[in-house]
Design a protein around this ligand. Structure first.
Ligand SMILES: *[C@@H]1O[C@H](CO)[C@@H](O)[C@H](O)[C@H]1NC(C)=O
Ligand SMILES: *[C@@H]1O[C@H](CO)[C@@H](O)[C@H](O)[C@H]1NC(C)=O
Ligand SMILES: *[C@@H]1O[C@H](CO)[C@@H](O)[C@H](O)[C@H]1NC(C)=O
Length: 200
């Protein structure tokens, strides 16, 4: 009798352990599939976005303890859109990232993004520490209210189209350690510092 009890404990532990290491929350899998059409080139190599454990998909990294998505590497994955031979940049909807409650690092480098929809939602990505927006065509981070990215440490805005008049509405970044604004159409550094309040 005791022996069978022990076997059951092992079977249950195995099943539960297996279930946990499977990772990938359904809500996050659904959110990744909503993002997929905007980043079609993410499927070029490795494990494509589709069936199975989403923590193993290209560009997705999950926490080993909670199984939630912590990092998204979406760089160089969008396609260029042309309309009558004229290049059309595109606007990325920030609300699409809200289901990723433990997201720490978001890399959107090199995706021809010109701006964002719902960019005030950026500060609802409460755990975001690293945001890479370099090599896009962004002119502004304009938001209805000041952005408060309370945990953000790294912000890369280099190689975009920010210019002094449209640079950004005020952003409060109390933990910022690294800001890259190289290669934009910006003239005055003091002006930029005024736009980013880095210490509270
Ligand atoms: C942005 O994404 C959210 C969440 O998926 C959606 O509800 C909303 O309709 C989207 N907005 C636009 C303008 O696409
Ligand atoms: C900013 O860019 C706009 C075009 O998007 C341009 O009309 C304006 O002159 C630029 N301003 C500065 C200060 O560079
Ligand atoms: C850069 O800024 C200057 C004025 O400061 C403006 O004339 C020019 O159009 C801007 N260039 C771009 C690519 O926005």
């Amino acid at each position: 009798m005791e022996y069978w009890k022990l076997v059951w404990v092992f079977v249950l532990a195995f099943l539960f352990g297996g279930y946990q290491s499977e990772g990938c929350w359904e809500i996050e899998k659904a959110a990744l599939l909503q993002l997929k059409p905007f980043f079609p080139l993410i499927n070029d190599e490795g494990i494509s976005w589709g069936k199975g454990n989403c923590c193993r998909w290209n560009g997705v990294e999950c926490s080993t303890s909670t199984g939630r998505v912590t990092r998204l590497f979406l760089e160089d994955s969008s396609v260029e859109v042309y309309n009558k031979d004229i290049y059309q940049g595109w606007y990325l909807n920030i609300s699409l990232f809200l289901p990723f409650e433990e997201l720490k690092s978001l890399n959107l480098e090199g995706n021809n993004i010109v701006g964002f929809i719902h960019n005030q939602e950026l500060d609802n990505l409460k755990n975001l520490k690293e945001l890479y927006l370099n090599d896009n065509k962004i002119e502004s981070l304009q938001s209805k209210r000041e952005l408060r990215l309370t945990k953000l440490e790294v912000l890369d805005l280099s190689y975009n189209n920010f210019n002094s008049s449209k640079f950004s509405s005020l952003a409060v970044l109390p933990h910022l350690k690294s800001l890259n604004i190289e290669s934009n159409n910006l003239t005055e550094w003091s002006y930029i510092q005024g736009k980013f309040k880095c210490f509270e």
